[in-house]
Write a protein that binds this ligand. Structure first.
Ligand SMILES: *[C@@H]1O[C@H](CO)[C@@H](O)[C@H](O)[C@H]1NC(C)=O
Ligand SMILES: *[C@@H]1O[C@H](CO)[C@@H](O)[C@H](O)[C@H]1NC(C)=O
Ligand SMILES: *[C@@H]1O[C@H](CO)[C@@H](O)[C@H](O)[C@H]1NC(C)=O
Ligand SMILES: *[C@@H]1O[C@H](CO)[C@@H](O)[C@H](O)[C@H]1NC(C)=O
Ligand SMILES: *[C@@H]1O[C@H](CO)[C@@H](O)[C@H](O)[C@H]1NC(C)=O
Ligand SMILES: *[C@@H]1O[C@H](CO)[C@@H](O)[C@H](O)[C@H]1NC(C)=O
Ligand SMILES: *[C@@H]1O[C@H](CO)[C@@H](O)[C@H](O)[C@H]1NC(C)=O
Ligand SMILES: *[C@@H]1O[C@H](CO)[C@@H](O)[C@H](O)[C@H]1NC(C)=O
Ligand SMILES: *[C@@H]1O[C@H](CO)[C@@H](O)[C@H](O)[C@H]1NC(C)=O
Ligand SMILES: *[C@@H]1O[C@H](CO)[C@@H](O)[C@H](O)[C@H]1NC(C)=O
Ligand SMILES: *[C@@H]1O[C@H](CO)[C@@H](O)[C@H](O)[C@H]1NC(C)=O
Ligand SMILES: [Cu+2]
Length: 613
């Protein structure tokens, strides 16, 4: 009896057991060679890379003291998938919720983790996470419905890998000589930031694998030879246990799966990760697209290479995540008060470079972080105008149901991420499977509320924080604006974010003004970086409606100009310069990028689009 009473007390007191989990991150350059092909400079923490996995329990206070010891680079940390409920200032994206943290500055992230599951953290300033600044963040939950079944768990990241610093790739990618915007081809792929790994298992047990795509560009297929598994979590949302044998992980997506091991320990089985090669414009002959690692039953037995039967990755038929049912059975959100209808467009601006747009806007950072504009704009904070045209801001009413219809007028797929929330997946078209690439060429297929909205949405829609938008297709998502904050909605392919594939949700600005206080060290970072902390997007703190001087995207090309035209122009310019040594070599060597036959975009979107509130 007394024993039961103590147990009950322990149960009641549980929230009090929540603890502070403190990390000190001294961020500096180190050298690493995870693929065995090339040494390169990577961003390390406390002198080491791979970076430390952050482990917390549900309810903990996570405190990360970061010192930027890079010397030559600004930085910040985004804790991907953390709702930051009441702590929007801890979300991390530079110029959205904070200033870039310059070399020599310190900055403390401090927030409560009131959620469960598999997450990751990564740099969110300019384009710094492909240089190694990303790692898993795991929220352990001993109350998870599947916790009792698990013998042990493994956290495994998968990623694309470049031998060149992102800042050195940028001038070649964002270039007149790359008018089609062909993305940089990775030099390698990694499994948990290395190769040839074995996960040691015992027979007759159940293991949990937490899988995270921490890459910058390329989605990955995942399967284990001769093993099925059970999906129990996507992006921090527990799902009804669902059997699958192959997954597709877009950039930033997470899956937890339970694997029941065989009852005899006689051989080892290949764990296969395969890059989605449809995303690559060219496939160098020495690029290894598939990797074999092992579910290791017997360390002394052979570790066989995977026996891969398909000839192209697009022949694989991954599990359709939009069919998963959340374990909590949260019902379909109805009657959205805001419906945002935008299309992904890739096009060139008048500098000849390829940009990415939602409708006609390519995200361009403001002069004052959007959160600080919220806090300094008074009553005008509810007027999207003050955030500037090129942050593509939408002001959302507190607790309203918000719908986003995202059409894809591009021929590539895009993993879209919403900060501060997960969202319900009402519809995605085409779905994973044989039809997925149906609109990878030709005209896109936009959502039509009249014909598509009537065909039943799920009763308990899948929820996650990152969803892959199919080539030429669309998706429809909903969430409740119950988390006051400035939240980016963006493509998680870092090259596309560089091209401006983002927009801003300014959720309940009046609530933010009442509740948020920015810590001194956040303002100190701004001072050190030379960034204003008051004013509209143009830095005007006198007249918030005057956006004169705001940062703008480059100008539109004259009507009728096409990417094909720019390619022709580049060829003729390159020819005109023949004989001029290095300039010509530079231009010609980069022309290999232009063979993007599947994606000849037109110039400025000429048609009417609708961006409704
Ligand atoms: C960070 O690490 C560097 C060397 O990697 C060291 O010189 C520096 O003193 C450290 N700074 C802090 C604040 O720990
Ligand atoms: C850091 O950010 C500030 C403000 O945007 C900028 O002026 C500065 O050049 C950046 N520093 C580096 C090293 O990129
Ligand atoms: C973290 O935030 C909590 C809650 O606001 C506060 O009590 C605590 O002092 C903070 N800790 C640090 C190290 O900033
Ligand atoms: C976390 O898991 C517990 C059960 O372990 C569940 O009751 C709770 O709703 C979950 N929290 C979230 C935010 O999903
Ligand atoms: C993956 O790498 C992290 C960081 O190095 C490590 O903590 C973890 O144990 C590794 N996972 C496996 C399954 O080896
Ligand atoms: C696994 O369990 C089965 C019964 O469930 C048993 O027959 C078998 O011996 C076990 N195998 C091992 C290697 O323990
Ligand atoms: C898997 O990788 C090996 C080694 O690079 C290669 O020979 C093979 O063609 C690849 N298979 C597929 C289906 O990509
Ligand atoms: C996207 O494509 C559809 C169908 O071609 C077109 O009607 C619409 O205007 C396009 N949207 C944008 C923003 O270009
Ligand atoms: C985008 O379209 C809107 C509506 O037609 C227009 O007011 C705005 O000037 C356009 N923005 C750009 C950057 O072309
Ligand atoms: C959406 O409607 C179009 C017809 O306008 C139809 O071809 C398509 O299959 C519908 N998509 C879904 C998912 O119902
Ligand atoms: C944020 O917290 C409030 C309660 O303070 C809650 O109603 C809301 O659902 C939470 N939102 C998220 C996204 O966690
Ligand atoms: Cu993208």
């Amino acid at each position: 009896m007394l024993f039961l009473f103590v147990l009950a007390l322990l149960g009641l007191c549980k929230p009090l057991l929540a603890k502070d989990v403190v990390y000190n991150f001294n961020v500096s350059w180190v050298t690493a060679n995870p693929d065995g092909l090339a040494d390169r400079k990577v961003i390390g923490i406390n002198g080491a890379w791979p970076l430390p996995v952050i482990n917390v329990d549900k309810g903990d206070q996570l405190i990360v003291h970061m010192y930027n010891g890079l010397g030559d680079k600004n930085t910040s940390i985004h804790f991907h998938g953390m709702y930051q409920n009441g702590t929007n200032d801890m979300d991390g994206p530079s110029m959205a919720t904070q200033c870039p943290i310059p070399p020599g500055s310190s900055f403390t992230y401090n927030f409560t983790v009131n959620q469960n599951g598999t997450y990751w953290y990564h740099c969110h300033t300019d384009w710094c996470y492909p240089d190694g600044y990303r790692q898993a963040l795991v929220v352990h939950d001993s109350d998870a419905y599947f916790a009792g079944e698990i013998e042990d768990e493994f956290t495994v990241t998968m990623t694309d890998w470049y031998h060149t610093l992102a800042e050195d790739i940028k001038p070649e990618f964002m270039s007149l000589y790359n008018p089609t915007g062909a993305e940089p081809i990775p030099n390698a792929f990694l499994f948990n930031d290395t190769l040839d790994t074995s996960l040691a298992v015992k027979p007759n047990k159940t293991y949990m694998l937490r899988l995270i795509n921490t890459g910058a560009f390329v989605a990955q297929y995942f399967y284990i030879e001769d093993h099925e598994f059970t999906i129990v979590e996507i992006d921090g949302v527990y799902t009804e246990p669902t059997t699958a044998d192959i997954l597709y992980l877009g950039i930033a997506q997470r899956y937890s799966v339970l694997v029941k091991t065989k009852d005899t320990a006689t051989k080892n089985y290949a764990i296969v990760t395969m890059a989605d090669s449809t995303l690559l414009d060219t496939i160098p002959s020495d690029l290894r697209l598939n990797l074999t690692n092992w579910l290791e039953y017997d360390a002394s037995a052979s570790h066989p290479e995977a026996d891969i039967t398909v000839s192209v990755s697009s022949d694989l038929d991954p599990f359709d995540d939009s069919t998963l049912v959340p374990y909590d059975h949260m019902p379909l959100l109805t009657d959205p008060v805001v419906s945002i209808n935008v299309a992904v467009v890739m096009a060139n601006l008048d500098n000849g470079e390829g940009y990415a747009f939602l409708n006609n806007i390519s995200y361009t950072a403001p002069k004052v972080p959007t959160l600080y504009t919220v806090l300094s704009a008074g009553d005008l904070a509810t007027n999207a105008l003050v955030y500037g045209e090129f942050t593509h801001s939408h002001v959302l009413p507190h607790n309203g149901v918000v719908e986003i219809i995202l059409n894809n007028n591009d021929t590539g797929s895009h993993p879209f991420h919403l900060h501060g929330h997960n969202f319900q997946v009402l519809q995605r078209y085409p779905s994973y499977g044989a039809d997925f690439f149906d609109y990878a060429s030709g005209d896109p297929h936009n959502y039509n509320a009249a014909t598509n909205g009537t065909s039943g949405f799920p009763t308990y829609p899948a929820r996650r924080d990152t969803l892959v938008l199919p080539p030429g297709g669309y998706f429809v998502i909903r969430f409740v604006a119950d988390n006051p904050g400035v939240w980016l909605f963006h493509c998680h392919i870092d090259w596309h974010l560089m091209q401006g594939l983002a927009m801003t949700m300014v959720e309940a600005p009046d609530q933010m003004q009442q509740r948020l206080t920015i810590p001194d060290d956040h303002y100190a970072a701004c001072k050190a970086a030379g960034v204003k902390t008051e004013g509209n997007a143009a830095g005007n703190d006198v007249d918030f409606t005057d956006l004169t001087g705001q940062n703008v995207q480059p100008g539109w090309l004259p009507a009728g100009f096409t990417t094909r035209g720019i390619v022709a122009l580049v060829f003729s310019v390159a020819c005109a310069f023949l004989g001029m040594g290095s300039i010509v070599l530079y231009g010609l060597s980069d022309l290999k990028f232009v063979n993007k036959d599947d994606a000849i975009a037109t110039s400025a979107p000429q048609e009417q689009y609708h961006d409704e509130q």
